[in-house]
Write a protein that binds this ligand. Structure first.
Ligand code: NAD
Length: 299
């Protein structure tokens, strides 16, 4: 059955996710602060509004897909923001990757205003968003999940109910920490293999069925012409920005502190990402870490 949906944040992830809702027959109105993002979404058949207030008028559900916790909180809860314009009974789903503290705070703020809320971050990258195969990690009351399940199914390969408020973000935080570490190791392995004289395709084929295999390897292999979904084929444009991965690692390091967990490997990878950002590579896809390894970027 068809639902009316607002989609706030039409970036690298938001646009293909919203486009999959449209393809599944739902009526979607999106909004982004960036005009270029709105234009791009319109090209993908996503309806666009000129404000978040206009986008959420009459909707059953609003999704947010924004950079970080402060953006989500401000878009929802600022005076004149989404909650001030949302029709009674509408459900709010935040699919951005944000800190657990803000996620829990949003559960309180949003439900305190009378709207059901879920933290529902995703994994699978832009390629997963386009293919509609994302993994959703959903925190909050199960009955809320059941209400939006038909929508999420249009974007997801797998849906996990992770528990109470903030648990989706907790899962995402640990997951992305492992992804960052895998990507850093992959960048080193890919450069080493090439310098040892191995053909990148042959090495990729064997590693992808061997013990060095990972999602990062299969999806983001950082040598051009090996894996179609890899950002290296597009000069590291689009994809998952270094800035966002650094944000996620920061969330993991914070969570490490708050749980008294030593995270030396993740800490080291965060210093690599800091170097990339300092050198102007923050907007490039995270797989561009390979350029730090191959010396294109001097540390
Ligand atoms: P992005 O930077 O491409 O998109 C974010 C969009 O939000 C931008 O277009 C920006 O203009 C817009 N925006 C910011 N504040 C806004 C506001 N107040 N109102 C409306 N629009 C606003 O980022 P992305 O890659 O799409 O990622 C979005 C979220 O998803 C992040 O939290 C990220 O960590 C997470 N994520 C990204 C990936 C990935 O591979 N790119 C994968 C999983 C999760």
């Amino acid at each position: 059955f068809q639902m009316k949906v607002a989609w706030i944040g039409l970036g690298n992830m938001g646009t293909p996710m919203a486009a999959n809702l449209v393809a599944a027959g739902h009526q979607v109105t999106g909004f982004d602060l960036s005009e270029a993002a709105r234009d791009h979404a319109a090209e993908q058949n996503v309806g666009v509004a000129t404000s978040a207030a206009e986008a959420v008028k009459d909707v059953d559900v609003v999704f947010t897909m924004l950079p970080a916790g402060k953006h989500v909180k401000s878009a929802l809860a600022d005076a004149g923001g989404i909650l001030d314009h949302l029709p009674a009974g509408a459900l709010v789903v935040d699919s951005s990757t944000i800190d657990i503290t803000t996620a829990r705070e949003l559960h309180e703020i949003v439900t305190g205003r009378g709207f059901p809320f879920l933290d529902a971050p995703v994994s699978g990258g832009v390629s997963g968003a386009q293919a509609g195969t994302l993994t959703f990690m959903v925190g909050g009351p199960e009955e809320n999940l059941e209400k939006v399940r038909p929508l999420i199914e249009a974007m997801a390969g797998r849906i996990f109910h992770t528990g109470g408020p903030g648990s989706g973000q907790a899962a995402k935080c640990a997951n992305n920490m492992m992804l960052a570490v895998n990507m850093a190791g992959l960048a080193e392995g890919a450069v080493l293999a090439e310098r040892l004289g191995l053909d990148p395709k042959v090495f990729y084929d064997l590693a992808s069925v061997s013990s060095g295999e990972s999602w990062a390897l299969r999806t983001w292999y950082p040598v051009a012409g090996v894996v179609e979904t890899a950002a290296v084929n597009r000069d590291f444009e689009g994809g998952f920005a270094v800035n966002l991965m650094r944000k996620d690692l920061g969330l993991a390091l914070e969570a490490g502190e708050s749980t008294d967990t030593d995270l030396p490997v993740a800490t080291m990878v965060s210093t690599f990402l800091d170097q990339m950002i300092e050198l102007g590579w923050g907007g490039k896809d995270t797989a561009s870490l390979v350029r730090l390894v191959d010396g294109t970027i001097t540390r």
